[in-house]
Design a binder for this molecule. Structure first.
Ligand SMILES: Nc1ncnc2c1ncn2[C@@H]1O[C@H](COP(=O)(O)OP(=O)(O)OP(=O)(O)O)[C@@H](O)[C@H]1O
Ligand SMILES: [Mg+2]
Length: 188
């Protein structure tokens, strides 16, 4: 009977025990079907409740089943356990992972700059619940155009901040510009 259940269930990762919500009684083992991971899984919990540990258990379970894993490790907490493992790639933003948000390819520079501005606007809405103000949009567009007029090099976020800082110095006497540039910089 158990064999039949296991066959239907397919490979599983043992996460621990499932607890009753009403009292701390163990209800039984908590298993995650590998099949369920072909869709997304989301781990939530208060600080220190065991989210990272659960992610590690899942990663180990994937390895036991020969499934390769990519870990986006913002603060390096997975390096000790999984660094150097054959089927695990650990990517650390700023170290071995960077995304060229403002790269331009091909000819139509203005259209692409408008596109990157729209991306930045979306980032502002998601992170700050606010769009770029029209003036902020204008100064960022000016900074992008200025950079790509003189260079083919991909504009990084830190370089964009430098260009904006230069613009801010130049625009000292233009009504509202320094404030808008400063606001744009502070959100980058
Ligand atoms: N199942 C477990 N059994 C025993 N200890 C655990 C378990 N899960 C986590 N811990 C311990 O609890 C502490 C917090 O765990 P963890 O770092 O996974 O929490 P977190 O939810 O990721 O926290 P944060 O929100 O700070 O990132 C760690 O010391 C960890 O070793
Ligand atoms: Mg954590």
């Amino acid at each position: 009977m158990q064999d039949e259940i296991n066959r239907i269930r397919g490979p599983v990762i043992h996460l621990g025990d499932e607890m009753l919500v009403s009292n701390p009684m163990v209800r039984g083992p908590l298993r995650l079907q590998l099949y369920s991971l072909v869709r997304h899984a989301h781990i939530t919990g208060t600080t220190g409740s065991g989210k990272s540990n659960t992610a590690k258990v899942i990663c180990s379970g994937l390895l036991d089943n020969g499934i390769p894993t990519v870990i986006l490790d913002r603060n390096g907490e997975y390096a000790e356990e999984f660094g150097g493992k054959e089927k695990v790639a650990i990517l650390r933003p700023g170290e071995n992972l960077s995304i060229a948000l403002f790269s331009l390819e091909g000819e139509d520079r203005e259209a692409q700059i408008a596109d990157r501005l729209s991306l930045l606007n979306h980032f502002y809405i998601v992170c700050y619940n606010q769009e770029l103000s029209p003036l902020q949009g204008r100064v960022v567009r000016e900074a992008l155009s200025r950079h790509y007029r003189g260079s083919k090099e991909t504009l990084t976020v830190s370089r964009l901040i430098e260009v904006l800082e230069r613009l801010m110095k130049e625009a000292e006497n233009r009504g509202g510009w320094p404030e808008s540039i400063e606001a744009a910089i502070s959100r980058l």
